[in-house]
Design a protein around this ligand. Structure first.
Ligand code: NAD
Length: 456
């Protein structure tokens, strides 16, 4: 599952030829080093810009960053050989779209001095209930940020945090979200805006092991994205129970041995699947805190050729099973214990946002996951819980390796980062949403797609 083009285009002669032909030049993304997860957080100094009315909040953000030992600057001067590791643009005080001009142009003036894999992060406010000029300015950030992200090169990404009114810039999920977006954990998240709806959540004692004390179940953990979720969550300190069908029992055991977890052979479409999981996890660990609905199948067919078993069979695994299991998991008291808050994270897909030819069944189920997640958010919030989804784009797995070479390459180039993501990129997003510092983020779908040029 390697991108041969990416490897070639980063070596001598092929690189020159690709440049001559005007072909894309994807770079190897900065990903977490398993040995030292968050070091360094950024690869150079961090510039904090703001609109004229947000200087106090920008000062607070700069103070927080200093607390993480970053080299923080408030003006655009930079040493001759230095490059910015990140630029944070605080836009919480916008009153009119015109207010965006000054910070936008300041950002523009430093874009040529970004380091490889740099980060641009906006911090703005939600449009809800704002009067028209304020709403225009706030929503303007959306278009601005997504366009900036499309102009960035060399593995740099642009993302935003959007704060509900009343949520301060130092709220746990603003700091947690900022840290996630600055770090290599978010390598394949690009052009996305994450809403922080409340000041809920809490900061972990150790940022590099935020899931210590939590028990997580991951369905479909025998291979692909699910196996990587198990590995990343274990790395972050969680105890992991992996679920997969009996036919995948051997590889499930191998993954669970790898992470010191527990293998549970179980088909998630069984009526009693959730209760079985709860019984096994409680007997072994005392409590269950995190559920990751990852198990999924593909049954691609044009609708004109679709059969009932392909349509209904897919819905049974990809949406009916998570829905049924959540009747148990979202019930009061089912999840959480020993200080950990309930977290449910489900796998959606960019196909569920933009639609995809040959995937009416899959897109129905994945859009269903997005709807389910929104509805579930309210149900679990009372217990301090959250329900979120992750929508991967093109990820290098066994599944996408079966796509013929030309469409596969086109799919890779269809994102701003001009490459496919790795399972670990999706796993990092899921681990973040499952963490205590993401407690103010609820009901959302985070795309992990390198800003794929489909859908929103
Ligand atoms: P995969 O096929 O490699 O792994 C899926 C796992 O789920 C397998 O181990 C399988 O045995 C298990 N599974 C299937 N049906 C099950 C059932 N009834 N009960 C228990 N386990 C079951 O797939 P992947 O590429 O790792 O995808 C994982 C998730 O991410 C899926 O929900 C998929 O739809 C989603 N996704 C993947 C991509 C991608 O590019 N790979 C893109 C978007 C979304």
């Amino acid at each position: 599952m390697t991108d041969t083009y990416l490897e070639l285009v980063n070596t001598g002669a092929p690189a020159k030829l690709a440049k001559k032909l005007g072909l894309p030049k994807p770079v190897r993304l900065r990903r977490t080093d398993p040995a030292s997860v968050d070091t360094p957080l950024t690869t150079g100094p961090v510039l904090v810009l703001s609109d004229a009315a947000s200087t106090t909040e920008a000062d607070a953000v700069a103070g927080d960053l200093l607390g993480w030992d970053l080299d923080v600057r408030r003006d655009t001067r930079l040493g001759e050989h230095d490059r910015w590791g990140a630029v944070i643009v605080v836009l919480t005080g916008l009153g009119h779209p015109n207010d965006l001009s000054e910070p936008a142009l300041a950002l523009g003036s430093v874009l040529r001095r970004l380091a490889k894999g740099a980060r641009v992060v906006t911090i703005s406010r939600t449009v809800d209930r704002a009067e028209p000029a304020v709403a225009a300015a706030r929503n303007g950030v959306d278009g601005f940020l997504r366009s900036v992200a499309k102009e960035l090169r060399a593995g740099a990404t642009g993302n935003g945090l959007v704060l509900a009114d009343g949520v301060g810039v130092s709220a746990p999920s603003v700091r947690g979200g900022l840290r996630y977006l600055l770090s290599a954990r978010s390598a394949f998240v690009d052009g996305q805006l994450i809403t922080v709806g409340t000041d809920g959540g809490s900061e972990p004692a150790d940022w590099s092991r935020p899931l210590v004390g939590s028990v997580a179940v991951v369905t479909g953990a025998a291979r692909g994205i699910g196996a990587e979720v198990a590995r990343v969550m274990a790395r972050d300190g969680a105890r992991v129970v992996g679920v997969d069908v009996p036919a995948a029992g051997e590889s499930l055991s191998a993954v669970m041995n790898d992470v010191g977890g527990t293998a549970l052979q179980l088909d998630v479409t069984r009526d009693d699947a959730a209760q079985r999981i709860l019984d096994v996890v409680r007997a072994r660990y005392g409590h269950l805190d995190i559920v990751v609905h990852n198990a999924g199948i593909l049954r691609d067919k044009l609708l004109a050729n679709m059969t009932p078993d392909k349509f209904e069979g897919l819905l049974a695994v990809n949406i009916a099973a998570p829905l049924r299991m959540n009747e148990t998991f979202a019930a009061p008291g089912a999840l959480g214990g020993d200080g950990a808050a309930p977290r449910i994270v489900s796998l959606a897909s960019t196909s569920g946002i933009a639609g995809n030819r040959g995937q009416t069944n899959y897109a129905t189920a994945k859009a269903g996951i997005i709807g389910m997640t929104r509805a579930l958010a309210g149900q679990v919030a009372d217990a301090g819980g959250t329900a979120n989804a992750v929508a991967p784009g093109f990820i290098e797995t066994d599944m996408t390796a079966s796509i013929p070479p030309v469409p596969r390459q086109i799919a890779r180039w269809g994102s701003s980062l001009q490459q496919g993501g790795h399972p670990v990129d999706v796993a990092e997003a899921i681990a973040f949403l499952a963490s205590p510092q993401a407690g103010g983020i609820n009901g959302q779908t985070l795309r992990v797609c390198g800003q794929m040029m489909v859908g929103q």
